[in-house]
Design a protein around this ligand. Structure first.
Ligand code: SAH
Length: 446
């Protein structure tokens, strides 16, 4: 096989990025925007040793699961990868991929519990829109910083579109300068909107390459006209770095409060622009409920590692004897402590530290934990942390909340070698239409 070849391919699976995969002369060929069951004519774009990339020239036989795409930005925007197949087929694909990965990398052949899911559209409570040189908002294309104009993303609440349009009109009227990434010049970088799923409170933050926003009074009154009742906070976030990272670490409130509030699993949560908060509220509640069920935390001491603003631990605190949360970002720990106080939770403590370091230090100080919950970023746990958990703490149960099944599976393998058994796991689709999927796993001491 070589570049520019045209081949006929049957699609039999999906990659972790959501591309279709078919086998051709022993090679795996990855083709975006195809569906399991398709027969497609493919042009080969790039050939590696054991796999190749291609693009569809023609759908010769269309899979039954294909659906009408309902977003004009789909296939160009880097967000969704599954708008061309039914949600049912997407869920099946995610469940299969998780099962296969846990078998292949984790070495455990165990069927998952049925995948948990809710609505596939309008599920997000947060959006960060880059702004193009014409002052229009959108999203980045796949693996690129090209902006695909789109203010009506079907994953966001409808009100976000009106707020984005308001900002776009203000940009045009007052000729606000737009940030240019290549030249590292210009002011406005991103429009960032967050809404409490339960409270409906809205926070609009403009990320700027500067210290102050011109015509801010005009912006505030236009935003307040767009949503009189729910707009609670308008802020600027200062990011003057020549970087891909969206947010800088300083925010200034221009209107309303520094925070909005939401309620998660019955716990009031304070959110600043910088706080980590699950973007899919309904599914986060289902996920945390499952984590609570797996943890059997009644009367137990729970260690909540990678705790963010404390959401998992705080949602367990009324059942547990004691909750100890650990997180590396100081602001998140401040939020966690504040959230505990606001909710009159007195049996939760929070520490700002690297999770591995905390575990090593506290196990030496004889801290006992009956249940350990971990919710690491995509790179998963360190091997040292797994060893400290398995050899020093030896909790009855480890509940592993994961946003990357590859690292989850890698870590499960180490836990299994150290005397823990993967008892059960449940995929949870917090990110419908995208390639991502969460998973919660229960490991029990043998
Ligand atoms: N459990 C929380 C947050 C999960 S996101 C929730 O459900 O809301 C993962 C968290 O791990 C982030 O808040 C991140 O800041 C934190 N983190 C990343 N590296 C860490 C480390 N080495 N030690 C402790 N926390 C870390």
């Amino acid at each position: 096989m070589k570049k520019n070849d045209e081949i006929i391919l049957s699609i039999s699976g999906y990659t972790a990025e959501g591309s279709g995969v078919g086998k051709y002369e022993g090679m795996a060929v990855f083709v975006p925007l195809t569906a399991v069951g398709d027969t497609v004519k493919v042009k080969i774009l790039k050939v590696k040793k054991t796999y190749a990339y291609g693009k569809v020239l023609e759908i010769m036989k269309s899979a039954n699961c294909r659906t009408e795409n309902d977003c004009s930005a789909f296939s160009r925007c880097g967000g969704c990868v599954f708008r061309h197949i039914s949600y049912k087929a997407e869920l099946k694909a995610k469940e299969n991929r998780i099962r296969e990965t846990i078998k292949r990398i984790g070495g455990v052949d165990l069927a998952p519990q049925p995948i948990m899911f809710d609505s596939e559209n309008r599920y997000r409570n947060k959006a960060q829109y880059p702004v193009n040189s014409e002052g229009k908002a959108g999203f980045f294309a796949t693996h690129s910083h090209r902006i695909i104009q789109n203010s009506n993303c079907l994953l966001q609440p409808e009100i976000f579109e009106s707020l984005v349009k308001t900002v776009e009109n203000w940009i045009e009227k007052y000729k606000i300068s737009i940030y240019n990434e290549e030249k590292h010049q210009g002011l406005l970088r991103h429009i960032y909107i967050r809404q409490g799923a339960v409270t409906k409170e809205i926070m609009v933050t403009l990320v700027i390459n500067g210290e102050a926003l011109p015509f801010s009074e005009e912006l505030i009154s236009a935003l307040r006209e767009t949503d009189k009742d729910d707009l609670k906070s308008v802020q600027i976030n200062i990011n003057k770095d020549d970087t891909n990272v969206i947010l800088g670490d300083k925010c200034v409130t221009l209107f309303g409060t520094d925070y909005i509030t939401d309620i998660l699993c019955g716990v009031k949560i304070r959110l600043s622009p910088l706080s980590f908060y699950q973007v899919n509220h309904t599914m986060a509640q289902k996920l945390y409920k499952k984590a609570a069920e797996y943890g059997k935390v009644e009367g137990k001491t729970v260690l909540d590692l990678y705790c963010g603003a404390g959401t998992i631990g705080l949602s367990l605190a009324h059942k547990a004897k004691r909750v100890i949360g650990v997180e590396i970002i100081p602001e998140a720990i401040e939020d966690a402590k504040y959230n505990a106080k606001e909710n009159d939770i007195e049996n939760a403590e929070f520490f700002c530290m690297d999770a591995t370091e905390f575990a090593e230090k506290s196990s030496k100080e004889n801290l006992k934990a009956d249940v350990i919950v971990v919710d690491p970023p995509r790179k998963g746990l360190t091997e040292e942390l797994i060893l400290t958990i398995a050899e020093s703490f030896c909790p009855e149960r480890v509940v592993y909340v994961s946003c990357d099944v590859g690292t989850l599976a890698r870590d499960i393998k180490i836990f299994e070698q150290k005397g823990y058994k993967l008892k059960e796991y449940t995929p949870a689709d917090l990110f419908p239409r995208t390639a991502h999927c969460e998973c919660v796993a229960l490991l029990v001491k043998e």
